[in-house]
Design a protein around this ligand. Sequence first.
Ligand code: PGA
Length: 363
Amino acid sequence: MNNSSPNVYRNYYRLRTANQWRKVQAESGEPGAIRPYLAGNWKMNMTPRSGLALAARLFDICKGIKDVDIGLGPPFTGLSTLAEYIKPDFLKAEYDIGRNVFLLAQDVFFESKGAFTGEISAEMLAAIGVDRVIIGHSDRRANLGKYFGFGSSVARRLSNDFLTQSLSRLKQKDDADSKAIMALEHLLAKENEDVLAGLASFLGGELRDRAGESDEAINRKVLAALEQGLQVIFCCGENREARENNETFKLLERQIRMGLEGVPQRLIHDVVIAYEPLWAIGVGAKPATHEQISEVHDFIRNLIMDLHGEQFAASIRILYGGNVKPDNIADIMTIAGVDGALVGGASLKATDFGQIVRFGLID
Ligand code: PGA
């Protein structure tokens, strides 16, 4: 490797596939050994009781499996009950598994405590035994606008009445921003009525379709979780529009650079990345193709090498998510650079997720 040539240096590819890692039974501690990681995101499904039943059925199917990491991600309400159940000593005695089962939270807030009704801090998660937290899932990055009415609140704020009142309030302030006053006066001018209506409708629609967690908020969550000793599954992925406009890599680069900004080198080893193209997620969607997954995983690994060095790029686990099922997992895990999967729908059925965890093993 010639470090003086950036072109050569940027050309890092993982050479072994997860299937091969598994076959050689990579000893933990062997340099560069990668444990495949199969993580289930239950989303807003399962009560504490049904979650326990699901976990028990899953462990039955996965008895004796020690060479992969298994993640279980119930909603907040199911975390404590599951934490009590998956204690390593019990799992070891009962199912001959143990230290490779991890409890995942689906989100976290970045402040540690205070007046943030409805939010949960990293400290609270760590205190009940959560190991890892999913941050930046596309359900939260992209889909919050539809549910929380961001679009209609913007449309209201761009109404004539609201702006007129805002303008008069602004004019009474001593330190009012003169540019803001000019902008409001401009929008309120009679001849600009249509411009204002057009802007309201455009922004309303954009926010309804797109508003969600920002890269900045996600970054704060990542830092808060890591500082609390939680590992992070950092999700990124492009929507259909970005893919069609050939902006996949640009978007991913922004998400990763901004999302992981300021993560200190001492904590970067606690980050796992999940690549989840939005258009491949959920009922009725098709998973990304081999080529698509492979080129994105290589891109991400090269970017991580730029940001955090070659050694870390070689060891970071990059998962794929988006319609991972029992019938395609073995195939997906043959793609070099795919170190596991983040699974939604199929993680809700013990038999399906069990087969996913057992990928590559001969039954
Ligand atoms: P899916 O979801 O497996 O149901 O496509 C993946 C995800 O959203 O993490």
